[in-house]
Design a protein around this ligand. Structure first.
Ligand code: BGC
Ligand code: ZN
Length: 355
């Protein structure tokens, strides 16, 4: 069985014959795996927390769609079922035992293809039914590989709804139509955030520092999302006209955070998702304005099983109508290892086809 491995924390990427499939209750055949920034960082040796499950090599890949080859006994699955395997698997803390390993309290978890557990970029694998989420609707087979990145967005929606329930911050007509959400970053995750949050009724402004290509522009258009290119109009000017009520960052750079902090409105809400290894900012430019403006700030990572289910539901309801397929900009073979180190013209999401 072939698989794609890396050597964390140094990185590198190889396609090789794997010795065996570690045993699990359900036997699965991989159909598709997506590549994201996390994978590219691991391969480039830039993700310090990447670590193998066994010896030295880590099978990479955490965004997958697979089919059940052997369901095992009483697992609730049938041969041929489509499933999305979960990334994070919990330890012993209370949150993990409650199925909320995305809120793990002591860091005692593993993440498939990232830290401490082999991932899904291999022809087959075995897993526990507990970590498999079923995709009932075969019509979304081509889009279901987006479930994993989208589950992160469903978790952000949970945080957003929770924060909003605290204060009567809705518009006069009880909707979110008069509110503006600025989403920083126009990669897969940024675009999924923009699309999903737009469905709540909030006005979404996607932000980046450069002109966008046709694919992204048409995606934004079908989704009813505005674009702000900060090389043409500053965030300050824009926020002066369209108040920044909410901001979600999918970039993770200090410069973006500084800009958000400066421009967010009173009672604003910020969700931080993007990460990077940059140095700290001073308290005066970062912390003081957040406190002074009563800003609600949340970090958000990963998601729980229900968020995978919500992501699948979202793809079923809206995937076609709002062009989620446009986000998959290339299908590749497992042999095409250079895709981990390159960025194609107009690239959003690269997907490896294992069939
Ligand atoms: C995954 C998350 C994971 C995070 C950090 C992301 O790419 O979608 O599930 O928690 O990486 O490892
Ligand atoms: Zn990812």
């Amino acid at each position: 069985m072939k698989g794609i491995v890396t050597l964390p924390p140094k990185g590198g990427v190889w396609l090789k014959e794997l010795a065996e499939t570690p045993k699990g209750e359900v036997k699965l055949r991989t159909l598709k795996t997506g590549i994201c920034g996390t994978d590219k960082e691991i391969v480039a040796g830039k993700l310090a927390f990447a670590r193998p499950e066994f010896a030295q090599e880590l099978v990479i890949g955490h965004e997958a769609l697979a089919t059940v080859e052997d369901p095992g006994e009483n697992t609730g699955f049938r041969e041929g079922d489509l499933v999305v395997p979960m990334v994070r698997r919990g330890g012993q803390c209370k949150m993990c035992r409650l199925g909320r390993q995305d809120y793990c309290e002591d860091g005692d978890f593993v993440e498939a293809g990232i830290r401490g557990k082999d991932g899904f970029m291999r022809e087959e694998f075995q897993d526990s039914p507990k970590y498999l989420v079923k995709v009932d609707d075969r019509d979304i087979m081509d889009l279901a590989v987006l479930t994993e990145p989208l589950k992160n967005v469903m978790k952000m929606l949970e945080i957003f709804n929770f924060q909003n329930s605290k204060l009567p911050l809705y518009c006069d007509d009880s909707t979110l139509n008069c509110k503006n959400l600025y989403v920083f970053g126009t990669g897969t995750e940024g675009l999924l955030i923009s699309s999903a949050f737009r469905r709540t009724g909030v006005n979404v402004i996607a932000v980046n520092r450069h002109p966008l290509d046709e694919t992204v522009l048409s995606f934004l258009e079908v989704n009813g999302i505005e674009y702000l290119d900060t090389s043409k109009e500053s965030l300050e000017q824009k926020a002066g006209k369209n108040r920044m009520d909410y901001a979600i960052d999918a970039v993770g750079s200090m410069d973006v955070l500084r800009e958000i902090t400066k421009n967010i409105g009173n009672n604003g809400q910020i969700i931080l998702f993007g990460t990077s290894g940059q140095k700290e900012a001073t308290s005066e430019e970062f912390i003081t304005p957040l406190v002074d403006k009563n800003v609600m700030l949340s970090g958000s990572t990963d998601g729980a099983k229900k968020h995978y289910e919500q992501a699948i539901q979202f793809i079923e309801n809206y995937g076609r109508k709002y062009g989620l397929g446009k986000l998959i900009t290339g299908l590749y073979r497992p042999e095409d290892l250079k895709i981990f180190n390159t960025k194609e013209e107009g690239e959003i999401k690269k997907v490896i086809d294992w069939t």
